[in-house]
Ligand binder design. Sequence first.
Ligand SMILES: [Zn+2]
Ligand SMILES: [Zn+2]
Length: 269
Amino acid sequence: MRLLDEALAQLPSGRPATPPDLDQIVCELDAILTYSRRRRAFDGATDLSSSRPVIELAWVNPSESRSLLPRTQGSSLGRARPHHYDARSRFTLAHEIAHVLVHRLGQVSDAPSMLSPAALEKFCDSLAAHILMPEDWFLNQIGPRADLAALRRTSMRAGVSISATIVRCRSLDVQTGAIFLSNSDGEWQMLRAYGIGSPAQLRFGRSAQSSLCKAQIKEVSDCVIEVRCGDHNHELIGQLRRTYHSAVVVVAFIDSDRIPSPKVWRCRY
Ligand SMILES: [Zn+2]
Ligand SMILES: [Zn+2]
């Protein structure tokens, strides 16, 4: 059995068929969930040394940012369960649950001890993605072509970010690529890229800057954006959705090459 399947088999109710209630998994694992002001948002840690695992997440005051949850009532955390986690907190919690699963597996198998600390963190991310986006459910939701509408719908249903959804697509060999952009002082920059190399490899020219600035806020539109690899101009063809200071482009083609998955597109010239 693959290490991943063995770790998922440590879930008391077995591997979920649909995006699960993480509070229920925390209960089933007899873990304790606490919140700390010492942690940064989206940061978590798990103490596996005591008899019950203690998962600590960042305590976030929603008045600081309304997108940061778990939600609180007044100044203290609401006691009513389930908590409403935002996408990134939900991924953090799933990652910490993964640490508990790996620890349990380590009590009956030597396999997890082979992982280096860095490999363990990557493995827990992968395990978290499997828990939050079960394979059959995910492929059924996303459909044959992972366009922006399918990615947004699936990410909302799984309670995860669009980035996490795109990473999951690529790990399941669904062809998709994307860039995440931010705008500061009227200049668009690539923050993260999936399937098209590192963000530094392609740069926006002036025409791309102005077409990004002209895009309708919060509307999904087809786009052709000119980018430079350093030596040539390339056409990036996809779908764009921008907000005031950020944008996502789900890239279907560069020039006429479909974005491969899970490999990365490279300039052929
Ligand atoms: Zn970790
Ligand atoms: Zn090139």
